[in-house]
Design a protein around this ligand. Structure first.
Ligand code: XBP
Ligand code: MG
Length: 270
């Protein structure tokens, strides 16, 4: 038990920093198309990110910020939100199609390295499936989406992160145990979801909106995965001390490092 066999990636904030200049812009464009005078500023969107899932985020906004809001004639509230969200997805996919949302530093390197070593790849995300494929299809890496054996996204589970459901679904589809996998996440809700599914080998790469969140139970916290010639300062995590020497407090998150973390963690529980 405990041999690393798969890497499970979150998408938003982890594969790419998509929230502020991607999802937020698409929500605002959909509001404008619908004739709504709603506008989500950077700060307002940061608060709304406490709710995972775009439809759930719109519902929270209505509840908190639009007390007198009445859904247009003939629509249920759920239908109205679903339509508005569908329009948002259209805008988001179009935005990704313009190719301006790159993968984060070190992501492609780590994916290539994992593939070459026969490590299986999977995705566990709250976002809509189309958003994932559009992100992967608009990188300069043909066939990138096929690298992922499992893409579990959006409404395929009834409870979104921080519930563990999406990670449990990935484990089920991979037919693996938590002790076989490592997770890369960027948010406290994502971290809670992974840990709730028993996935202890959790590496957090901080993103725009998650810099000040608490990741005390993650194995390792860094700003980004980094590159061999540009290692990253360690920001925290339960194994940070084991990786920090008098000479260095920087790492490049490569497969060797993830295996090392994985071994340290799972030996403790043997
Ligand atoms: C990401 C999300 C998503 C996106 C929007 O969370 O919460 O809802 O913000 O996507 P995580 P949709 O990175 O933890 O998975 O609008 O398609 O829901
Ligand atoms: Mg995320």
């Amino acid at each position: 038990m405990g041999k690393l066999q798969a890497l499970i990636f979150d998408v938003d904030g982890t594969l790419a920093d998509t929230e502020r200049d991607g999802h937020r812009i698409a929500f605002n464009a959909a509001f404008s198309d619908a004739g709504l005078d709603w506008h989500w500023s950077e700060d307002c969107y940061g608060d709304l990110l406490q709710v995972t899932g775009g439809k759930e985020r719109i519902a929270r906004y209505i509840d908190r910020h639009c007390p007198g809001f009445v859904v247009p004639d003939g629509q249920t509230r759920a239908d109205f939100i679903a339509r508005l969200h569908q329009a948002k997805t259209g805008h988001y996919v179009q935005l990704l199609g313009q190719g301006h949302v790159p993968l984060r530093c070190g992501v492609l390197r780590l994916l290539r390295e994992a593939r070459a070593a026969g490590i299986r790849l999977a995705i566990a995300t709250t976002t809509t499936p189309e958003n994932v494929t559009a992100l992967l299809d608009n990188q300069c890496e043909p066939g990138l989406r096929e690298w992922f054996e499992v893409i579990a996204a959006g409404d395929v589970v009834p409870r979104k992160k921080p519930a563990p459901d999406i990670f449990m679904r990935v484990l089920e589809q991979l037919e693996l145990e938590p002790a076989d996998c490592a997770v890369i996440e960027d948010s406290d809700h994502g971290a809670a979801a992974a840990l709730g599914a028993g996935l202890e080998t959790l590496i957090v790469t901080l993103s725009h909106y998650t810099r000040n969140q608490d990741f005390g139970r993650a194995a390792l916290v860094v700003d980004q995965l980094g590159e061999p010639d540009a290692p990253e300062e360690i920001r925290g995590g339960v194994l940070a001390g084991a990786l920090t020497t008098a000479a260095t407090a920087s790492v490049c998150v490569d497969l060797a490092l993830i295996k090392r973390l994985h071994q340290m963690l799972w030996k403790r529980f043997d």
